[in-house]
Design a protein around this ligand. Sequence first.
Ligand SMILES: *[C@@H]1O[C@H](CO)[C@@H](O)[C@H](O)[C@H]1NC(C)=O
Ligand SMILES: *[C@@H]1O[C@H](CO)[C@@H](O)[C@H](O)[C@H]1NC(C)=O
Ligand SMILES: *[C@@H]1O[C@H](CO)[C@@H](O)[C@H](O)[C@H]1NC(C)=O
Ligand SMILES: *[C@@H]1O[C@H](CO)[C@@H](O)[C@H](O)[C@H]1NC(C)=O
Ligand SMILES: *[C@@H]1O[C@H](CO)[C@@H](O)[C@H](O)[C@H]1NC(C)=O
Ligand SMILES: *[C@@H]1O[C@H](CO)[C@@H](O)[C@H](O)[C@H]1NC(C)=O
Ligand SMILES: *[C@@H]1O[C@H](CO)[C@@H](O)[C@H](O)[C@H]1NC(C)=O
Ligand SMILES: *[C@@H]1O[C@H](CO)[C@@H](O)[C@H](O)[C@H]1NC(C)=O
Ligand SMILES: *[C@@H]1O[C@H](CO)[C@@H](O)[C@H](O)[C@H]1NC(C)=O
Length: 694
Amino acid sequence: MAPAAPRSRLLLLCLAVAATAGVLQARAQPDSIGFISIDCGLPGTASYVDDATKLAYVPDAAFIDAGTNQNISAEYMTPTLSKRYHNVRSFPDGVRNCYTLRSIVAGLKYLLRATFKYGNYDNLARPPIFDLYIGVNFWTMVNVTDAGSAIILEAIVLVPDDFVQVCLVNTGSGTPFISGLDLRPLKSTLYPQANATQGLVLYARLNFGPTNSTTIIRYPDDPHDRVWMPWVNTAAWNSVSTTLRVEDIADDDMFEVPTKVLQTAVTPRNASGNIEFSWEPEPQPKDPTPGYVANMHFSELELLPGNAARQFYVNLNGKPWYPKPYKPMYLISDTIYNSNPCRGFPHYNISINATANSTLPPMINAVEVFSVIPTTNVGTDSQDVSAITAIKAKYGVKKNWMGDPCVPKTLAWEGLTCSYAISSPPRITSLNLSFSGLNGDISSSFANLKAVQYIDLTGNKLSGSIPSGLLKRVQDGSLDLRYGDNPNLCTNGNSCQATKTKSKLAIYIAVPVVLVVVIVSVAVLLLCFCRRKKQGPTSNTVKPQNETPVSHAPAPSAGGGSYPQSSLQLENRRFTYKELEMITDSFQRAQTLTKIHHKNLMSMIGYCKDGDYMALVYEYMSEGSLQEHISGNGRNTGFLSWRQRLRIAMESAQGSGTRDRERRGPWKRCQARDAAPRERCVIAWRGLLEWERP
Ligand SMILES: *[C@@H]1O[C@H](CO)[C@@H](O)[C@H](O)[C@H]1NC(C)=O
Ligand SMILES: *[C@@H]1O[C@H](CO)[C@@H](O)[C@H](O)[C@H]1NC(C)=O
Ligand SMILES: *[C@@H]1O[C@H](CO)[C@@H](O)[C@H](O)[C@H]1NC(C)=O
Ligand SMILES: *[C@@H]1O[C@H](CO)[C@@H](O)[C@H](O)[C@H]1NC(C)=O
Ligand SMILES: *[C@@H]1O[C@H](CO)[C@@H](O)[C@H](O)[C@H]1NC(C)=O
Ligand SMILES: *[C@@H]1O[C@H](CO)[C@@H](O)[C@H](O)[C@H]1NC(C)=O
Ligand SMILES: *[C@@H]1O[C@H](CO)[C@@H](O)[C@H](O)[C@H]1NC(C)=O
Ligand SMILES: *[C@@H]1O[C@H](CO)[C@@H](O)[C@H](O)[C@H]1NC(C)=O
Ligand SMILES: *[C@@H]1O[C@H](CO)[C@@H](O)[C@H](O)[C@H]1NC(C)=O
């Protein structure tokens, strides 16, 4: 057969789009049509309207907290150069630097576009090579080969979270930089080859035979602001066009190619020749033989007489790519695409040839070629990310806190440790922010790190009290919290104290003191250590401690070691801790109260209510808890004989003058064995807090 028409090579054309400045308010959120359009390195807060698209471009400061703004060098500042390329943000510090695009819809597909024009901004005349990531998944290598051209990179990915990060990773071949970053939402039904585990990286998106060979089609002609590059080859192709509307009639238009793109097409200049074009694979550091998918868009633009037929085959490397003869429909768009990526060819040669009974040459309107990337790397649990991001923002933590906190392991955030399970996202399990210059109160976001088991806040300048959410975690034993050496933190009686008021707290406390009966089955007591003490039953000095590990302790009498000293402002139906503290003159008066003793009764120091958790605070029992004595599980404790138990119950009931008070709440009662029927012991737990003030 005859030689084919000259082969055309797919090329990414990088045409500059002129822009002029208009001033708008900067915003860090998608605009009214869901777009985010960022001019990276643009100083100040003012945005401007891009001349070509009329889209507002915003400065990047709201999206990133690293890097420096740089102007490109004067020799590259041509009069028609798009404003986006006038400056860059460069990242001399840190291995990974990331833009965070927020307030997007989790589970939707997005088009991400990053642009790069080096322009010798650093006067080193050394264009860098670096890597680009979408979140924790590799996107592409950026190989800036010359200072003057612009590189436009695009990806279509399904975003699993309500934010997405674009990260530049320094691979040791120069300082990463970026000129612009766009995000465009796509319907989930678009681009079926993009799914939860596979993303698409644009190789080329070409509009065949545009009437003006320099016209780039994008927004508003393309509502998704895809960039359709013109492709004409007058030596090989004739252009065909229509002014009539071309549309997709299918309900599930998977590509939504704009009419303006579909209104033009090419046919081979030699009427008996083929349309041919090709591309070569671009090996990536992470994928030496990337797979490719192609979407070829067709529509008949000529109203054919009855005896005419346009029918053709689409071949890849000489073999049918689409298995049947294909006939484009008049003014109706249709797409031939492959779902499974083609991989491993040294060349991808597309040839479109007419069938034997076709009276007209083949034609094509547009083509998109993508390589595929796996998006199977899973980032840190999104709730953990939100929490740690809020913590980072609140304290302005610098360190290397960029990108995903746990992934990859090699770039995990300094001071964090993470757990990596096979079937679930990584979780943050410990956080060491000791001596990190933290100022202000303790963020409630710490409590939102649900899997964290250890937090070290030692040696900062934290103030205020410990948030109740965090305290709850400490109480239920799931968190070890250290916060020593924070002079302004409410961890001793003085710093949280407000104005002193006279009060009658004594009686309020005295009532529970006499009612707390020792035969309490302590197992169900939920303690929230408003304050715990380090003394035996007869000494009641409350002394601030310096060492401050807060951890769960099993019972009021937990012994040994050092004890948390937190003067916590607890929300309580009756009293706040602050109130207690004020009323008792920093527990001076409470000491008196706790001297009301019965040998079988433990004195109650106080109580608190924290959310669902309610607690009683008792004095320290040096010999171990009652539970230990009852069960015999104590460290060195004896086992109470039944006789002893009975005696204690009797004496307690009589000596303390326990009255039978009816109370709301989940009280449990029990009959002390062999005791007089009315002499009841009370298993007090949550109900204690339901008592009314006398
Ligand atoms: C046009 O194509 C036919 C068939 O492929 C071939 O025989 C002929 O030489 C071509 N003409 C030119 C001018 O290339
Ligand atoms: C960049 O150029 C603008 C003027 O075009 C100037 O105002 C600004 O200071 C320059 N910035 C840097 C970092 O040199
Ligand atoms: C970057 O591009 C240049 C020019 O195409 C090429 O010679 C070089 O090998 C590329 N670098 C890498 C790391 O691929
Ligand atoms: C995504 O598409 C690829 C290629 O067709 C397929 O192998 C993979 O199973 C798909 N993933 C999901 C989550 O559907
Ligand atoms: C093609 O478009 C460019 C702007 O995109 C314009 O300057 C030029 O005049 C147009 N050419 C023709 C032939 O219409
Ligand atoms: C594809 O085209 C190139 C020239 O562009 C040629 O060298 C190569 O042999 C072709 N490969 C196939 C499989 O047709
Ligand atoms: C066109 O392609 C088909 C399918 O690959 C092939 O069978 C046929 O020989 C080709 N015809 C011409 C004229 O190249
Ligand atoms: C043209 O030929 C193909 C087989 O090559 C056949 O499937 C098709 O029906 C024919 N079309 C017409 C209009 O004859
Ligand atoms: C927390 O970090 C500090 C300072 O780097 C270090 O001294 C301390 O040992 C760390 N704590 C733990 C438990 O790793």
